[in-house]
Write a protein that binds this ligand. Structure first.
Ligand code: 3EB
Length: 371
């Protein structure tokens, strides 16, 4: 798949077709301030969906923070060794891009601690953690404790956005669904680390991959964090116990403001009203309800409607069944701006009755391109 110039006006190729690693000398040109008390220099945070083929193309002046590769049947490679990278066994659909890339325009330093690889600028921290996906509650507990400790020891502010991917999400293990085990581990880790589990939760996604490890990708930052909930949905952290012994610890969206941007991380959003699935197993009803949920969320921040956001918004769509791609694409095409980048992948949604889930990232300032 080619890179449309209209779609990615700032893209240039870095390196060649055999690109291996962006030299770290390019990426860390001066020491970083890591003391929690030193004032952070803030940079612009950018996200872009790119085709899976190499070379990796980035907007000019951008330093890589992390990569999520949706590789389907493909193998992991060793490109960009230093860069936190997730290899997710999730098939892309149609001619969808297969990789999500986060970057910033300040120098980035790369490191690893335990099972976590991270990239850090003065104000941002992106980490990718990888664990065996069997004992989900224990592994989730450990992962979340580790990543919060890493964030705190690096003085990198607050959790903004979490992605969680693991196989067999709807399968039961000792009579408890693996998604619910994950929720329990996450809840207990956050409680242990002093979270109120209320207005201090990151935006999140938790979706099932086909096979492989448990991947946690997290983004933290020192800017101003504002939690947004959806008036059409019960806050997930208040869900009643019929959905599992511990409620899901995430917010519907997080607004993140720095001198360089005002951005909205939208959590995985599905066909849920209050706390209940609506249009169970009915694709078009779920698609419309999900869109209405997204519109209600956008109204909370006073941004334009879905259709007016253009390239300032991007959307990642998870479908339980590959065969639903065409009708869902057609439905979203009606509702969204054709300029908004979209990434479609096959993934199991965390309730068996749900067929799709949509997450987003929105630049709320019209003049966001400031490279
Ligand atoms: C929902 O609204 C749908 O457990 O982190 C969406 C996004 C969902 C994130 C999570 C779950 C999560 O409850 C499921």
């Amino acid at each position: 798949m080619g890179l449309g110039a209209a779609r990615y006006p700032l893209v240039r190729a870095i390196g060649s077709a055999t690109l291996t690693v962006i030299p770290s000398s390019m990426s860390s040109v001066r020491p970083l301030k890591t003391s929690p008390n030193s004032p952070a220099e803030t940079g612009a945070l950018r996200q872009i969906y790119l085709p899976s083929e190499h070379p990796l193309c980035l907007p000019e002046g951008q330093q890589l923070l992390g990569i999520m590769n949706h590789v389907g049947q493909g193998a992991e490679d060793s490109y960009h060794e230093d860069v936190p990278t997730a290899w997710l066994a999730m098939d892309t659909l149609g001619d969808s891009p297969g990789r999500e890339v986060w970057s910033t325009d300040l120098p980035v330093h790369y490191g690893a601690l335990g099972d976590i690889r991270y990239a850090q600028s003065d104000d941002l921290l992106l980490g990718v953690a990888r664990y065996p996906a069997d004992e989900l509650d224990q592994v989730t507990y450990r992962g979340y404790c580790d990543l919060i400790r890493l964030m705190r020891s690096h003085g990198n502010g607050q959790l903004l956005r979490l992605w969680n991917y693991f196989p067999r999400i709807n399968e039961s293990q000792d009579q408890l669904e693996r998604y619910r085990r994950f929720c329990r581990g996450r809840h207990e880790a956050l409680a242990e680390m002093g979270y109120a589990l209320d207005d201090d939760l990151p935006a999140a996604t938790a979706v099932g991959s086909r096979v492989g490890d448990f991947w946690i990708i997290f983004l933290a930052g020192k800017g101003i964090r504002l939690q947004i909930e959806n008036p059409l949905q019960m806050s997930a952290y208040r869900y009643p116990p019929i959905h599992g012994p511990r409620s899901p610890s995430f917010s519907r969206a997080v607004r993140y403001s720095t001198p360089h941007g005002d951005q909205l991380f939208i959590s995985g959003t599905a066909s849920i009203r209050s706390h209940e699935t609506v249009h169970a197993a009915e694709l078009m009803g779920q698609c419309q309800t999900t869109l209405d949920n997204l519109r209600a969320l956008l109204r909370q921040v006073g941004s334009g409607d879905l259709r007016q956001l253009g390239a300032r918004s991007s959307w990642k769509v998870y479908l339980r069944r590959a065969d639903d791609y065409e009708p869902v694409r057609a439905c979203l095409q009606q509702a969204m701006d054709p300029e908004s980048p979209m990434l479609f992948v096959v993934g199991d949604i965390c309730r068996e009755s749900l067929l799709l889930e949509i997450e987003g990232f929105v630049n709320l300032q019209p003049d966001w391109v400031k490279c």
